[in-house]
Design a protein around this ligand. Structure first.
Ligand code: PXG
Length: 288
C-alpha cells in the first residue's frame, strides 16, 4: 500500500510519524474520512473544504491550497489501484517540544491513506440497527467546537464502548442539556408524519457531509425537512429513524434502548433515501 506523507508517496512501511508529533501527544490535529465509488471520489471538494475549515478553526495553517490537497488525494487513490474504498486524510500539528504550545511545532504533517472500510455487517442495512442511548455526553460546543473534525475522539470512543458493552453497534449521544446531538460516528435523522427531522449542529452534532446530502435528497424527493431540537421522546415515537455517515452511508435504525421504532422494520421513506443515496454515490464524484 502506498501512503501519501508530507509530499511523497511512500511504501506503508516507510510511512512514519515522530513520537514528538502533537497529533499523537495531544490529539492536536484534524482529519477527514472520504469515500470513493466506481472510480470517483464522492463530495471531495466538500470534504477538503471542511478539512481546511477545521484546520483554520484550530489555527493550523496548511502549506497547500484546497486544489492541491484534492490533487494529492486523487494521486493517492490512483497509486493504490482501487476503484471503491475509503480515504483517511489526517493533518497533525507536527513534531514539536513536549508541552502544549502549538507554536513550538514548526511544520504540520499530512498523510493520506486509501483503503477500505466496513462499519456494519450487510444484514443491518436490510434489517436495521438496534441502538442505545449512552451516558457519555457530547462536550458542550463552547468546550470543543462540534464542527471541527479533530483528532480528539476519546469522548466518542467511550460512548462506543458503552454501545458495545450493551451489545449495540451504535449509541445516541445527548448534549449537556439532554437533547439528542448525534451518534458516535454518524448523524441521526427521524421521520415523523412524512417530514424528515434532524438535530441542529448547535446541539453538538458534526456538520456531516452525508447529512447535507440527505437534506438535498429530501428536497429532490419532495419530503419536507426540519432542523430542530430532539429528545429521546422524539425518537421513541418516530415513524422511522436512520443514521448517516461517510463510512456508514445511510443505515436504518429499528430500536432505541430496546424500544421498537415504528413497526420495527426499516421504513419505506428510509428505503427510498437509501436507494437515492446509492444512486447518487455511484453516478457522481471526482474522477481520479
Ligand atoms: N458525527 C461524527 C462524530 C462523525 O465522526 C459523522 C457524524 C458523519 O459525518 P460525515 O461527514 O462522514 O457524513 C462523523 C463521521 C470511522 C469513521 O472510522 C467515522 C466517520 C467518518 C468516517 C469513518 O468510524 N465519522
Amino acid at each position: 500500500m502506498k501512503i501519501w506523507l508530507d509530499g511523497n508517496l511512500v511504501d506503508e512501511s516507510e510511512a512514519k510519524i515522530s513520537v514528538f508529533d502533537h497529533g499523537l501527544l495531544y490529539g492536536d490535529g484534524v482529519f477527514e474520512g472520504i469515500r470513493f465509488y466506481n472510480g470517483r471520489i464522492f463530495r471531495l471538494e466538500e470534504h477538503i473544504r471542511r478539512l481546511f475549515d477545521s484546520s483554520r478553526a484550530i489555527l493550523l495553517n496548511l502549506p497547500w491550497t484546497q486544489e492541491e490537497v484534492c490533487k494529492f488525494t486523487c494521486e493517492t487513490v490512483a497509486a493504490n489501484g482501487l476503484r471503491d474504498g475509503y480515504i483517511r486524510l489526517v493533518v497533525t500539528r507536527g513534531a514539536g517540544e513536549l508541552g502544549l504550545n502549538p507554536h513550538l511545532c514548526p511544520k504540520p504533517s499530512m498523510f493520506i491513506i486509501a483503503s477500505t472500510i466496513k462499519l456494519y455487517p450487510d444484514e443491518h442495512y436490510q434489517n436495521g440497527l438496534a441502538i442505545i442511548t449512552c451516558a457519555t455526553r457530547r462536550p458542550a460546543p463552547a468546550a470543543l467546537m462540534p464542527q471541527v473534525k479533530s483528532l480528539n475522539y476519546l469522548n466518542n470512543i467511550m460512548a462506543k464502548v458503552e454501545a458495545i458493552q450493551s451489545n449495540a453497534l451504535e449509541a445516541v449521544m445527548l448534549n449537556e442539556q439532554g437533547y439528542v446531538a448525534e451518534c458516535t460516528g454518524d448523524n441521526l435523522f427521524i421521520l415523523k408524519n412524512g417530514a424528515l427531522i434532524t438535530p441542529l449542529i448547535s446541539e453538538g452534532a458534526l456538520d456531516g457531509i452525508t447529512r447535507a446530502v440527505l437534506i438535498e435528497l429530501a428536497a429532490k424527493i419532495g419530503v419536507p425537512f426540519v432542523e430542530r431540537s430532539l429528545t429521546r421522546y422524539d425518537i421513541y415515537t418516530a415513524d422511522e429513524c436512520f443514521l448517516t455517515g461517510t463510512a456508514a452511508e445511510v443505515i436504518p435504525v429499528v430500536s432505541l434502548d430496546r424500544r421498537i421504532i415504528g413497526d420495527g422494520k426499516p421504513g419505506p421513506l428510509t428505503r427510498r433515501f437509501l436507494e437515492a443515496y446509492h444512486e447518487l454515490v455511484n453516478s457522481t464524484g471526482t474522477p481520479f
